[in-house]
Design a binder for this molecule. Structure first.
Ligand code: DQA
Length: 147
């Protein structure tokens, strides 16, 4: 069975409460539930994990290479400066799709740089919680060898 991991980085546990005009009003749990629904329809096993700690995200990337066929990663602000996270993505042999709920290219200049992007299979940004669905769709196609 195809298995994907959705990995949420720092501050995303506050989604719904945190700057809802930017990140929307759905809680992270509500978003995950929609993603589990997406997976169920496609007979995909989906696991989700959130951490505010860079090292825990790196551990999770290392560990999932044993069982996951791909990762949808919203690295939060670590996107913009974490070379350690970028190296962890490059170190694992499975595709990682970078996602952002907000349209980062249209925000503050520091958000225009993604140091993880070169290690990822692609990047999706600006579609709210649906960015995660688009990331999963991209992984699904990659897993089927369609892209
Ligand atoms: C984010 C964008 C990042 O710049 C920010 O630091 C986040 C969330 C997004 O989903 O839009 O925490 O990754």
């Amino acid at each position: 069975m195809t298995t994907f991991l959705v990995l949420h980085g720092p501050n995303l546990n506050l989604t719904g409460d945190r700057e809802p005009e930017i990140y929307g009003q759905l809680s992270l749990q509500a978003i995950n539930e929609r993603l589990f629904g997406w997976a169920e329809h496609r007979t995909i096993e989906l696991r989700a994990f959130q951490s505010n700690h860079e090292g825990a995200l790196i551990d999770s990337l290392h560990e999932c290479r044993a069982w996951a066929d791909g990762v949808v990663l919203n690295a939060g602000a670590l996107t913009h400066y974490s070379f350690a996270l970028r190296d962890a993505i490059a170190a694992i042999p499975i595709p990682v799709v970078e996602v952002h709920m907000s349209h980062v290219a249209n925000r503050e200049p520091f958000r225009h740089t993604s140091v993880i992007a070169p290690a990822c299979s692609g990047q999706i940004s600006g579609f709210g919680w649906f960015s995660y669905v688009l990331g999963l769709e991209a992984l699904f196609r990659l897993a089927k060898g369609e892209t």
